[in-house]
Design a protein. Structure first.
Length: 122
């Protein structure tokens, strides 16, 4: 597995973690200490900020899981990939997006720039 694929696997582990302790551990494994996460709905830095965004998404979408769709495309410490938020009950995926990550020297994520490709109607 490439450094890019490993980073993305850790990213999904963090997004699918449940409970404050598991989320904190997964975020620390996936992001560097100075890591950040930015998408249309959030702009946070540091492990606590990232963990708070993940916890809030987990609360909002109970019973859903983030899943990678397609391959990781990476080079020079930067990667892009797509994902869906899938219901465990019926397999629906009301939310989908694409993210671009930049890696720190240790292979953990330094920055995430997320884009929402599909969101539920309000």
């Amino acid at each position: 597995m490439s450094v890019h694929q490993t980073a993305v696997a850790r990213y999904f582990t963090a997004w699918n973690a449940e409970g404050p302790e598991d989320i904190a551990q997964a975020v620390a494994a996936a992001w560097s200490e100075d890591g950040s996460y930015t998408d249309p709905l959030a702009d946070v830095a540091g492990h606590q900020g990232i963990a708070a965004v993940i916890a809030a998404a987990g609360e909002q979408f109970r019973g859903f899981e983030f899943r990678q769709t397609g391959p990781v495309d990476g080079h020079h410490g930067v990667a892009r990939f797509s994902w869906e938020l899938v219901s465990a009950v019926d397999g629906s995926a009301p939310v989908a997006g694409s993210d671009v990550i930049a890696l720190a020297d240790d292979g953990r994520i330094r920055t995430v720039h997320g884009f929402l490709d599909r969101v539920p109607a309000v």
